[in-house]
Design a protein around this ligand. Structure first.
Ligand SMILES: [Zn+2]
Length: 322
């Protein structure tokens, strides 16, 4: 990976975050400066054509602008990408893309070299480039959103694994006896306890035990549970204790495998940091190799929603632009 002190390349990358809900596009230069940005709902359909059409239309609108040339496209997908960064192997939230050669189709339609990457992998790169993990070489990022995503960077390089699926931290097992089945087919995955979805589910399951909780009178959202916890609601506090405990178990496993300099925690659920961090740290202290646990930094992400897009741009400049 190149150093950030390199001179700014006057070209732009067309970066796309193809989320299950939103399609976000940005034109970004090699310093990380965002020149244009847009957000729309992800078009859903039986075939991937509607996604391709939306990207081609957006690119056409932006191409005609005066300004630096666009030299590559970098596309993030919420799923697994093959080791050639060419084909989507599986994307549970965008099933029409499964086994689709998105790279070849887009290169033909857009006329630029195209890179595909898993969204959570790219977020790790974005945080190392311009966020909480700047100047670090061994980084694990964990994104706590609707599910739990992960990215692993070893000695400055994104670790994709032998089959492209490294960093699936959300689907590591933390409780095989929970009886809770994950959408991946496994039982007891980390994302069943440490995601925004989990916050809502764990709250709903325990409403009857806390009849006085304000959450009995609300439509449940992760944000609402966090706000109740900030106001001292006992149910919300118990949910975040469980959340932090399971997250800490997951992080201790990562520390024992990778010995990273830093673990960056990203995603909307980070809002609850003050409510779960002490339980997370307690588990890390108890379960990770002691001398390492004391030195690993666990920090909130700094790039927000743009971590993935920025990582996509960095990867494109490193891999596609010579
Ligand atoms: Zn799973």
């Amino acid at each position: 990976m190149r150093e950030t002190s390199q001179p700014v390349n006057p070209a732009l990358v067309f970066a796309v975050d193809l989320g299950g809900t939103y399609l976000r596009i940005a034109l970004v230069d090699s310093s990380g400066k965002i020149h244009q940005q847009s957000k729309q709902r992800t078009p859903k359909g039986e075939s991937p054509d509607c996604v391709v059409k939306a990207l081609v239309t957006a690119a056409g609108n932006w191409k005609s602008d005066d300004g630096p040339p666009i030299v590559a496209a970098s596309i993030l997908v919420p799923g697994t990408v093959d080791t050639n960064n060419a084909t989507v192997i599986q994307a549970p939230n965008l099933p029409s893309l499964t086994n689709y050669s998105l790279k070849a189709v887009l290169e033909d339609r857009l006329g630029w070299p195209v890179l595909l990457e898993n969204d959570a992998n790219a977020a790790a790169v974005g945080e190392m480039w311009l966020g909480a993990a700047r100047d670090c070489r061994d980084v694990v990022s964990v994104t706590l959103g609707t599910g739990v995503g992960g990215g692993v960077i070893l000695d400055g390089e994104l670790w994709r694994g032998a089959h492209g699926s490294a960093g699936e931290i959300g689907h590591t097992t933390v409780d095989p006896f929970s009886g809770l089945k994950c959408k991946c087919g496994n039982v007891g995955c980390l994302e069943l306890f440490a995601s925004a979805t989990a916050i809502v589910r764990m709250t709903r399951e325990n409403l009857s035990r806390f009849p006085g909780s304000a959450l009995n009178r609300e439509e449940l959202t992760a944000e609402g549970v966090y706000e109740a916890g900030r106001d001292g609601d006992a149910l919300a506090l118990s949910v975040f204790e469980k959340f932090g405990t399971y997250l800490g178990i997951g992080l201790a496993n990562l520390i024992n495998i990778f010995d990273p300099e830093i673990i960056v925690i990203a995603g909307g659920a980070v809002n609850g940091w003050s409510l779960f961090a002490s339980y997370m740290q307690r588990e890390v202290n108890e379960r990770a190799v002691r001398a390492t646990a004391q030195q690993v930094k666990i920090a909130a992400a700094q790039c927000g929603d743009n971590a993935g897009l920025l990582g996509a741009v960095r990867l494109a400049f490193d891999d596609l632009v010579r």
